[in-house]
Design a protein around this ligand. Structure first.
Ligand code: FAD
Length: 476
C-alpha cells in the first residue's frame, strides 16, 4: 500500500486528491492524507450569500478558453451548473483623468485588431494611435532573453498603452505591475508572435484567420458555476474520502527519511512514500528548507502580492443608475487605491435579484501591500470615497463584505521560466516530491486544477501506478 501526502487544501490540492481518490476507487493500492491548515477546504475559493446575492470572496469565474476547470466540473457531475458570463453586455471602462472611457472594440488584451473603433476612441492620444499604425509594419524581432511586459508593450505601442491598458489589466489578473512581470511567463503567446511576425496586430489577425471556425454561438469569455465557485469545492470534497481530509492541520516540516517522507503537523508525524506540496511557493519553501536549501531558495524567489476584495450591495435605484457593462479598471496614474470594480449584476445577472446591485472592488496588489493593515471600516471608507468620485455613487449600501487575501497572487517576474527550470531540476533530486499551485505555470483556477492533476499523475507514475482515465489534463 503506497501512502501519499497532499499538503494544501486549495483547488490545486483538492484536484490532486481527486486523481488519487479515483485511482483508489479503481483498485489502486494507495491511501492519501490531505493536510489543510485552515478549518475549511477550498483555499481562496469562497462563496458567500447575502440578501439574495451571491458574493465571491476570491475568484468569481475562470477563463473559458482554459479547459481544465470546466473538464473537472463535468467529471464531478456539474455540467448543468456551468454558466457563462453575460457577454452580450460586456463592456469595460478605463478611468482616464477621472472619467470612465469605454475600452474600444477589437482590442485583444492590448493589441488593436480593428481600425475604426480604435481611431474613434478617446482612450488613446493621437500619438498612441499613430504608434499603433506604425506597429503594423514592425519586422520580426527575436527578443534577447526575457523582459518585462511594460518594456515589450512600450516597444510596440508606447508608454500610454502600458499606463492605460497593460498595467491595469495585469493588476486585475495578477495584482501585479507591467514593469515587473515577465512577458515570457505571462504573455508567452505575444512573445512568440513578436518573434515570428514582428507586428502583434498582424500576428493576432493571422492567428484568427488560421484558427478553426467555432461551431454554434461563440463561447463566453468567462465560465463559472450557478452556485458560485464554492460549489466546485463542495463537489470535490464530497467526491473524496472524508477520512483522508484533515483540516486545522498546519504542516510544519516535510523531511526525506530513507526511501520516504515524514510529514509533521502539530504533535503528529506520519510516513509517506510521496508528497505533493499544493501550496504557495513561499509556504513550500519553508517546508523544504531542511531537505534542500537550494530548492527552498528558488521557491522563495517567486514573489506574491496580496489582494483585498470588497463586495457592496445596493438597491434597485443604484442598479438603474450604474453604467452598463462589466465594470472598470483604474490605471495607477489616477492616484486611487481601487484597482478595479466589477458590476456583478451585469457580469453574472442571476447573482443578484433584479432589485439589487452588487459592486465588487479590488484593492491591494504589488503596489499597495499596506492596505492589508487597515481595518475593514477603513477599507470601506476608502472604497466608498473612491466610488463616489469615479461613478458618483453616494447611496447607502444594503450590505458590505471585505475579504483580505495575504500573499495569494504569484508574481511571475522576469526570468520566471528559467527559475522554473531550476526548480524542476532540484525537485527531481528529491524522489517522491511534486509541486502544484499558482506559483509555477499559471495563476488562474484552471491552471491550478491542471497543476494538481498533473502532480498527482506524476506521483502515481513514480510509484509505479498508471494514472486513472480519463483524468489526464487536456494538452494546451
Ligand atoms: C482575490 C482573488 C481573485 C481571484 N480571481 C480569479 C479569477 O477570477 N479567476 C481565476 O481563474 N483565478 C483567480 N484568482 C487566482 C486563483 O483563485 C488562485 O490562484 C487559486 O485558487 C490558487 O489555488 P491554490 O490551491 O494553488 O492555492 P490556495 O487557494 O492559496 O490554497 C493553498 C492552501 O494551502 C493551505 N496551506 C498553506 N500552508 C499550509 C501548511 N503549512 N500546511 C497545511 N496547509 C497549508 C492554505 O491554508 C490554503 O488553503 C484569484 C485569486 C484571488 C486571491
Amino acid at each position: 500500500m503506497k501512502r501519499i501526502a497532499i499538503i494544501g487544501g486549495g483547488i490545486s490540492g483538492l484536484s490532486a486528491a481527486y486523481v488519487l481518490e479515483k485511482k483508489r476507487r479503481d483498485g489502486g493500492e494507495l491511501d492519501y492524507v490531505l493536510y489543510e491548515s485552515s478549518p475549511r477546504l477550498g483555499g481562496v475559493l469562497v462563496t458567500d450569500r447575502v440578501d439574495g446575492c451571491l458574493i465571491e470572496a476570491g475568484p468569481d469565474s475562470f477563463l473559458t478558453e482554459k479547459p481544465w476547470a470546466s473538464d473537472l466540473c463535468q467529471q464531478l457531475g456539474l455540467a448543468d451548473q456551468l454558466i457563462g458570463s453575460n457577454d452580450r453586455d460586456r463592456k469595460t471602462y478605463i478611468l482616464v483623468r477621472g472619467r470612465l472611457i469605454e475600452m474600444p472594440d477589437g482590442l485583444m488584451f492590448m493589441v488593436p485588431t480593428k481600425l475604426l473603433p480604435i481611431v474613434l476612441s478617446p482612450l488613446f492620444s493621437l500619438k498612441t494611435k499613430l504608434r499603433m499604425a506604425r506597429e503594423w509594419f514592425h519586422p520580426p524581432h527575436e527578443a534577447n532573453g526575457d523582459e518585462t511586459v511594460a518594456s515589450m508593450v512600450e516597444r510596440h505601442y508606447g508608454s500610454e498603452m502600458v499606463e492605460r491598458l497593460a498595467d491595469p489589466l495585469l493588476s486585475g489578473i495578477y495584482g501585479g505591475e507591467a514593469s515587473q512581470l515577465s512577458v515570457r511567463a505571462v504573455l508567452a503567446r505575444f512573445a512568440d508572435m513578436e518573434a515570428k511576425h514582428g507586428s502583434l496586430g498582424r500576428a493576432v489577425l493571422a492567428a484568427r484567420r488560421n484558427a478553426p471556425k467555432p461551431e454554434g454561438s461563440p463561447r463566453p469569455l468567462f465560465t463559472s458555476l450557478k452556485g458560485g465557485m464554492q460549489h466546485m469545492v463542495d463537489a470535490l470534497v464530497a467526491s473524496l474520502d472524508a477520512d483522508a481530509l484533515t483540516t486545522g492541520a498546519t504542516v510544519q516540516a516535510t523531511t526525506l527519511e530513507g526511501e520516504g517522507w515524514v510529514v509533521s503537523a502539530g504533535l503528529r508525524s506520519d510516513h509517506f512514500d510521496a508528497v505533493i506540496l499544493a501550496l504557495p511557493t513561499q509556504a513550500a519553501a519553508s517546508l523544504l528548507r531542511m531537505c534542500s536549501h537550494e530548492l527552498a531558495t528558488e521557491l522563495a524567489g517567486v514573489h506574491y502580492s496580496s489582494s483585498v476584495t470588497v463586495a457592496i450591495g445596493y438597491d434597485r435605484n443604484v442598479r438603474q443608475s450604474l453604467p452598463p457593462g462589466f465594470g472598470f479598471l483604474v490605471p495607477r496614474s489616477e492616484g486611487k487605491r481601487l484597482l478595479a470594480a466589477t458590476f456583478v449584476h451585469n457580469k453574472f445577472p442571476h447573482r443578484a435579484p433584479d432589485d439589487r446591485a452588487v459592486v465588487r472592488c479590488f484593492l491591494g496588489g504589488a503596489r499597495d501591500e499596506q492596505i492589508l493593515a487597515l481595518s475593514e471600516d477603513e477599507i470601506l471608507r476608502i472604497v466608498r470615497e473612491e466610488l463616489k468620485l469615479i461613478i458618483h455613487l453616494t447611496a447607502e449600501p444594503l450590505f458590505t463584505r471585505v475579504f483580505k487575501w495575504k500573499g495569494a497572487m504569484a508574481q511571475y517576474g522576469v526570468g520566471h521560466l528559467e527559475r522554473l527550470q531550476r526548480i524542476e531540476a532540484l525537485r527531481k533530486k528529491l524522489p517522491g516530491l511534486t509541486l502544484a499551485g499558482n506559483g509555477y505555470n499559471g495563476i488562474g483556477v484552471p491552471d491550478c486544477v491542471r497543476s494538481g492533476i498533473e502532480a498527482a499523475e506524476e506521483t502515481l507514475r513514480t510509484l509505479g501506478m498508471a494514472a486513472p482515465q480519463p483524468l489526464s489534463a487536456t494538452p494546451e
